[in-house]
Design a protein around this ligand. Structure first.
Ligand code: DGY
Length: 319
């Protein structure tokens, strides 16, 4: 019996490709750069299965070019890059990778929070440029993290992992969710509306999925609710924050600093962001530890293997 045909859109760990080749006839991009849209549409034409990253757009045009497609496995927990309605209408299975990246992403949220609140990137740039001539009492004064109020927008798996780490910093914890988080009492977190959370928090971390409802959830009005000097961290998705409004707000010092891992049109950045000193910028590294990324890549592959074996995918996205 011939193997189903699989397209892998980006270079992936060799052990993952090896596993996939046991059950699939694989056409794999050996490069990190995505294929141009026309080339991708051509390659997907006869494919039964698609292995994508969170940075590959699986939209109506691509789905139309893939009449035989039956499954899309994404190596990401987020799935806003996949047109779920179109997949559902065609009976195409979609899978993601929940659970394997929570702790690494929570660590990264903290790295951004600490770096932004304590002005690490800004002061390192200054030091490397040879400006440090003397220690001074008020050099690069940042914000206290210990004992401060942390607001978590989106108390899901990753939000909870961020909250657990806050205990070690003796923080007061607030969170904002559409429904009460079942573990809120255990975490010592109090629920607030977005408005109150932004007004009361010294540091705010965004961990909500991107959707039409969360597009520009944080814009000029919401940034204006934040405390002067507060810190904003976006570890979730670009598009949740209005980047242009954030640039204006950072210039005005409200919030006082930001740590960003994701951007509205990444990998392209609003050039103004590069000019603002009080923002720490990372290139979408939330899950970027070897164990976490390999875990994601393997879970995406195992979803495909399980599907090919007739057992159904392990972690399907509800359609
Ligand atoms: C995810 O898993 O959604 C991360 O953002 C990586 O794309």
């Amino acid at each position: 019996m011939s193997h189903p045909k699989l397209l892998v859109t980006r270079r992936v760990f060799p052990e993952v490709l090896e596993l996939l080749r046991e059950r699939f006839e694989v056409d794999a991009n050996p490069a990190d750069e995505p294929w141009p849209a026309a080339a991708l549409r051509e390659r997907v034409r006869d494919r039964d299965a698609l292995y994508v990253t969170g940075s590959d757009r699986v939209d109506a045009a691509l789905l139309e070019a893939a009449p035989a497609l039956r499954i899309v496995a994404s190596g990401s927990v987020g799935y806003n890059h996949v047109d779920l309605a179109a997949c559902g209408a065609r009976g195409i299975v979609v899978t993601n990778t929940p659970g394997v990246l929570d702790e690494a992403t929570a660590d990264m949220a903290w790295a951004l929070l600490m770096a932004a609140a304590r002005r690490l990137s800004e002061s390192e740039r200054w030091l490397r440029a040879g400006h440090w001539k003397a220690w001074a009492w008020d050099q690069f004064l940042g914000q206290d993290v210990h004992g401060a109020t942390l607001g978590i927008v989106g108390m899901g798996r990753i939000g909870s992992a961020i909250a657990r780490r806050a205990r070690g910093f003796d923080m007061r914890l607030l969170y904002c969710n559409r429904t009460p988080a079942p573990n809120a009492a255990e975490l010592g977190a109090q629920r607030r509306g977005l408005d109150a959370l932004l007004r009361e928090s010294d540091h705010v971390v965004l961990v909500v999925p991107y959707s039409q409802q969360t597009h520009h959830l944080i814009g000029a009005r919401e940034l204006g609710w934040m405390k002067p000097g507060a810190t904003l961290v976006n570890i979730a998705r670009g598009g949740i924050v209005d980047d242009a409004a954030l640039v204006r707000a950072l210039r005005a010092g409200r919030p006082g600093a930001a740590g960003l891992d994701v951007y509205e049109n990444e990998p392209a950045l609003d050039p103004a962001l590069l000019e603002v000193p009080n923002v720490v910028l990372a290139p979408h590294l939330g899950s970027a530890t070897r164990s976490s990324r390999l875990g994601m890549a393997m879970l995406a592959a195992r979803n495909l293997m399980s599907w090919a074996e007739g057992a159904g995918p392990l972690t399907p996205v509800p359609l």
